[in-house]
Write a protein that binds this ligand. Structure first.
Ligand code: SF4
Length: 315
């Protein structure tokens, strides 16, 4: 099979057989099932799919920012040769926001409305806060913020969404995070601003950072990402180099997502039939079968295995 997914010895993070879910009304429901992923260093890796496919839950599991009813059933998340899932909350404090940073969907949620940007950025340092002001300015300069002195004196509500995202990216630069998790970072922004934030992610990659980009927008994936993982209802259904995945999509869900992209005139070509089910709905066999145009009898009973780069009985 052509175009196998990159799997090198230079992986920054490896997720092995990860399964987790939530207790809802005394019943356990899987949100992620048997996730296996390796992310190589210095690349932008997309995780894509519709809302409810499990991509944000995956990011939150890596950062261990989960609600109380979450249960991790099995698996490992290997980072720096250690399994993060064995870390105590105290140990996680040295990882979260430091070695691994998050660029959230809504930047306002990550900034404290009561403090100026300067105060918040200097908080990143444990000591010598005043001497570190130059480092803060340097980071803001790298994320192309103009009027740095004015921005430093501003409160979050005085900045636009794009400016707030730049501040958060600058904070990850100060922390020198190796891995940046970007959860739909442009959803709340205008197109022109969102393109400039995505260009900034490419610059971070060129500095050697690794970015995992969560998105439902496949046009962003094709323009900015090196590898692509497609998720559906908590499972990986296809993963490959972005170029190969777009040239030769295999899984019917990937084909449907690509078919739903707007054409050159901005017109959507096809709609994907049906809707993604809630995790509380148990679907036997292949989870995509109620929406699949190629469904066969056995798809309704048996679960396909993930082979090479796709999880589907057609291959
Ligand atoms: Fe469709 Fe069957 Fe493949 Fe699932 S296994 S995607 S239902 S053809």
């Amino acid at each position: 099979m052509k175009g196998l997914y990159i799997n090198t010895d230079f992986d920054i993070i490896k997720i092995k057989n990860l399964s987790m879910g939530f207790n809802i009304d005394d019943k356990f429901y899987y949100a992620l099932e048997n996730i296996n992923l390796d992310f190589s260093k210095g690349k932008i890796h997309a995780i894509a799919g519709e809302s409810g496919c499990g991509k944000s839950v995956l990011i939150n599991t890596i950062l261990k920012i989960l609600p109380k009813n979450a249960i991790i059933k099995s698996g490992e998340i290997i980072f720096d040769n250690k399994n993060l899932l064995n870390f105590s909350e105290k140990e996680y404090e040295n990882i979260r926001g430091k070695k691994i940073s998050l660029i959230p969907q809504d930047p306002f949620m990550s900034l404290n409305p009561l403090y100026t940007i300067e105060n918040q950025m200097l908080e990143v340092f444990e000591n010598n806060k005043i001497q570190n002001l130059e480092k803060v300015k340097d980071a803001l300069n790298k994320v192309k913020i103009k009027n740095i002195d004015t921005v430093l004196k501003s409160y979050p509500h005085e900045l636009s969404g794009g400016m707030k995202q730049r501040v958060i990216i600058a904070m990850s630069l100060i922390q020198n995070s190796d891995l940046i998790l970007a959860d739909e970072p442009t959803t709340a922004l205008d197109v022109s601003v969102s393109n400039s934030i995505l260009d900034l992610l490419v610059e971070l990659k060129n500095m050697g950072k690794t970015i995992i980009l969560i998105t439902h927008d496949l046009s962003i994936v094709s323009n900015y990402c090196d590898t692509t993982t497609i998720m559906y209802l908590g499972e990986i259904v296809e993963k490959n180099n972005t170029k190969d995945l777009f040239k030769n999509p295999l899984h019917p869900y990937t084909k449907a997502l690509l078919g739903a992209l707007p054409d050159k005139r901005g017109k959507k070509l096809e709609n994907i039939k049906g809707q993604i089910s809630p995790i509380t709905e148990i679907i036997n066999g292949c989870k995509f079968h109620p929406r699949c145009n190629y469904v066969m009898d056995k798809c309704k009973i048996e679960k396909p295995e993930f082979k090479h780069c796709v999880k589907c009985f057609l291959y």
